[in-house]
Ligand binder design. Structure first.
Ligand SMILES: *Cc1c(COP(=O)(O)O)cnc(C)c1O
Length: 354
């Protein structure tokens, strides 16, 4: 059985839009796409040509970065676009279901709801340090389940769930696609789940240049999966998903020098994460700090609103996640530069003297 057997049956034989660049032919003079023929404007070059739907150079640079074949990489406008397209491809509105965990990244529920898919989440509890009970997750999977999405390291808890991926993928074989969102894997101590792609055809991995590579503004993310899945997602995506300036920005962060710099910054943020977690743990206004595998730390105080305002008065915006299931009193702090992180620690230690 192929993972493509799990696609919406009404998409069988789907005919992709045949854009000019997708047709594949080329000639020195291009009069096939209704583009402006001048490549310059008042301030210099204009991106007057449509970009390649999946730029070859970027695809091989990402395949190299992620340790997979080029045929296993689909590049989109952030991993958010891949999440959306997976929902559309696999879930019949009003019928099929997506299973995830809670608390987690809010886009899964949003994208499922937009598609009309049903969405169920297994609760992770603060008293269990947000550990996942794999059997509880599998118990949620029924005949209409098409996608199981697991964020690891999980946002906003920072918990790593990689230890159960191999087991989960085997249990879901022939039943559902297992999607692992690895937006923060660069900050963890574990290899990417992409190492299991050869073994599990029903596995897909989401990566992004938004976090560890500093390119949130460029909107470049990747879906890693079987060649068949990658081809299908490409066939339902927008004709030219990637803006030319974003393609250039992505290539610029994938040079050897840029990858070395990213590695240094990742190491610094990991060290900051440990330093800030330790410092937060000693403060009387904080009653719990969870160990994180991401570039952020989740912590709990008696009054999340008060902590939020203490940081704000010192010029720092934190993320109040206290309204989410199981996260009463909790805030999430992204790791900034050491001087930025110190502003939060100062605000909280002054706050408890006041
Ligand atoms: C930030 C984040 C993303 C972001 O993705 P883009 O590539 O910027 O769209 C995806 N997943 C999670 C869990 C995130 O926190």
């Amino acid at each position: 059985m192929s993972v493509l057997d799990l696609l919406r049956p009404d998409l069988a034989g789907f005919v992709p839009y045949a854009s000019a660049r997708r047709v594949g032919a080329d000639a020195p003079v291009r009069l096939d796409a209704n583009e402006l023929p001048w490549p310059d404007g008042v301030d210099g070059p204009l991106p007057n040509r449509y970009p390649e739907p999946q730029p070859r150079e970027l695809r091989s640079a990402l395949a190299d970065l992620y340790g997979v074949g080029t045929e296993n990489v689909w590049i989109g406008r952030g991993s958010d676009e891949a999440i959306d397209l997976l929902m559309r491809a696999f879930c019949r509105a009003g019928r099929d279901a997506v299973i995830s965990i809670e608390p987690t990244f809010g886009m899964y529920r949003t994208a499922a709801t937009l598609q009309g898919a049903r969405y169920r989440a297994v609760k992770l509890l603060p008293e269990d340090d947000f550990q996942l009970d794999v059997d509880a997750l599998l118990a949620q999977v029924d005949a209409d389940t098409r996608l199981v999405i697991l964020c690891s390291p999980n946002n906003p808890t920072g918990t790593l769930h990689h230890a159960c991926i191999d087991t989960l993928a085997s249990a879901l074989q022939g039943r559902a696609l297992l999607v692992i969102d690895e937006a923060y894997i660069e900050f963890a101590d574990t290899p990417s789940a992409a190492i299991w792609l050869d073994r599990h055809e029903n596995l897909a991995v989401l990566r992004t240049l938004s976090k560890a590579h500093g390119l949130a503004g460029a909107r470049i993310g990747a879906l890693l999966g079987s060649a068949a899945l990658v081809r299908f997602i490409g066939s339902i995506a927008a004709p030219y998903p990637l803006p030319a300036p974003s393609i250039s920005a992505a290539l610029a962060v994938l040079t050897p020098a840029a990858r070395t710099l990213a590695g240094q910054r990742i190491a610094m943020l990991r060290a900051e994460r440990e330093r800030v977690s330790d410092a937060l743990s000693t403060l009387p206004v904080i009653d719990k700090v969870w160990r994180s595998s991401g570039n952020f730390v989740l912590f709990r105080g008696r009054d999340a609103g008060n902590l939020f305002h203490l940081a704000l008065e010192n010029g720092v915006l934190l993320r109040d996640v206290s309204a989410q299931s199981g996260l009463g009193g909790c805030l999430r702090m992204s790791m900034g530069r050491p001087d930025e992180n110190d502003l939060v620690l100062q605000a909280f230690s002054q706050g408890c003297r006041a």
